[in-house]
Design a protein around this ligand. Structure first.
Ligand code: PHE
Length: 383
């Protein structure tokens, strides 16, 4: 066995002491502000998590290059919740109890933000979700914020777009029945579309884990809709689009929501969905001044266009760092108070103001799939 020199032993013992104190929260490395991020870095929605992390990393790099916050470097600890709500709860608990983070970023999917947000709210640590749009996510949870629009707003904008711009009067709905996001967005579209005078000719929810959609698609086709609103995630949408082609339903019939945003959608079913539209937070060619600066910085770091998720991760992190800078002290309560004051924040995903419900008021983008790319079509302000 190798001999351990006295000096090496002392050093090891010293670093052990620092670690123990840090872990118990008595002493933190006072040169750092530690934020936790819980994301789907693996599992069924892994592009959501990894793309978001890329955006957060860019924001961290920029804030630290500019000297950090009040002289302290920002450190983000990432945890992978493997795309499950159960792991999302566990990871949030760990980040708060073990790592003593002062604030949290996460999650993307509403179902996991519901789970993680419950813990953050109980433990009184502010959480900012970059992209969870389901209405319930922030409801009655005073420690939970979002920097994206809600599905009440998104469903309404999608309904107005289908009615006013596409001039379609009969729509079919197809969504994931057990998913908070998908079923909530379908419902809000339905409410708004009916209010406008439109007709929902068929309304179908599929069950989780279903992968063969042919029977549903044929039923929907039989109801003769002029458009089909399918607010589901990209992985399921690839299957729906391919099977729709087999059933002779043209891809241009489909209208989606932000859950479509992934390069995997265009890789898997770009040809089938040529010409289709969906509502989103961002597109690389969106005409906002801050988006152009972000696009340039992101491409410089990663050599490819950012997805909407990356832009949202970037905005949520920057907005949180901005709040920590404005906070009277960088504690959970101080940061929460500063987050509540956020007004006219200039983001890559538009200018946003946090309202009393801790939701963001901002524009919504309509994206069209053209030559397998997500291209900006128009923007609508949510009501
Ligand atoms: N809005 C979706 C949800 O709440 C998540 C999402 C956002 C997915 C943006 C893709 C792009 O579950």
């Amino acid at each position: 066995m190798a001999m351990i020199s006295r000096r090496a032993f002392t050093l090891a013992a010293a670093s052990l002491t620092v670690f123990t104190l840090g872990a118990s929260g008595c002493t933190k490395n006072s040169d750092e502000i530690v934020v936790g991020a819980y994301l789907s870095l693996s599992g069924s929605d892994s592009t959501f998590g990894t793309d978001t992390k890329d955006g957060i990393e860019l924001a961290v790099q920029e804030v630290n290059a500019a000297g950090g916050i009040k002289g302290k470097k920002v450190k983000v600890l990432y945890e992978d919740d493997k795309s499950t709500p159960q792991e999302a709860s566990n990871k949030v608990r760990q980040l708060i109890d073990r790592d003593k983070v002062v604030a949290l970023l996460g999650e993307v999917a509403s179902s996991r933000s519901m789970a993680g947000g419950l813990i953050a709210n109980t433990k009184k640590v502010p959480m900012v979700t970059p992209s969870s749009t389901a209405v319930e996510v922030t409801k009655d949870r005073e420690w939970v914020f979002r920097t994206c629009f809600t599905d009440a707003q998104q469903g309404d904008v999608a309904a107005r777009f289908v009615w006013e711009t596409l001039k379609k009067k009969k729509v079919g709905l197809f969504y994931a029945a057990q998913d908070n996001y998908s079923s909530g967005l379908a419902q809000s579209f339905k409410d708004s579309f009916k209010k406008l005078g439109g007709e929902i000719v068929i309304d179908k929810g599929f069950q989780s884990k279903e992968t063969n959609f042919t029977t549903y698609l044929n039923e929907i086709k039989g109801a003769k809709p002029e458009a089909i609103f399918v607010p589901i995630y990209y992985n399921d949408m690839v299957q729906v689009a391919r099977q729709a082609k087999q059933a002779d339903i043209p891809g241009t019939m489909f209208i989606g929501g932000d859950g479509w945003d992934s390069a995997d959608l265009t890789e898997g079913a770009g040809a089938e969905l040529e010409g289709a539209y969906f509502t989103n937070h961002y597109a690389p060619d969106v005409p906002w001044p801050n988006s152009a600066a972000f696009l340039k910085a992101f491409k410089g770091k990663y050599n490819h266009d950012p997805s909407s998720l990356s832009a949202q991760g970037y905005d949520a992190a920057r907005l949180l760092f901005d709040a920590i800078t404005r906070a009277s002290e960088p504690t959970p309560a101080g940061i929460k108070a500063a987050l509540e004051q956020t007004k006219d924040f200039q983001g890559a995903t538009g200018t946003l103001t946090i309202d009393k419900e801790h939701n963001a008021n901002k524009p919504i983008v309509v994206v069209q799939i053209k030559a397998k790319k997500f291209t900006y079509h128009s923007q609508l302000m949510s009501k």
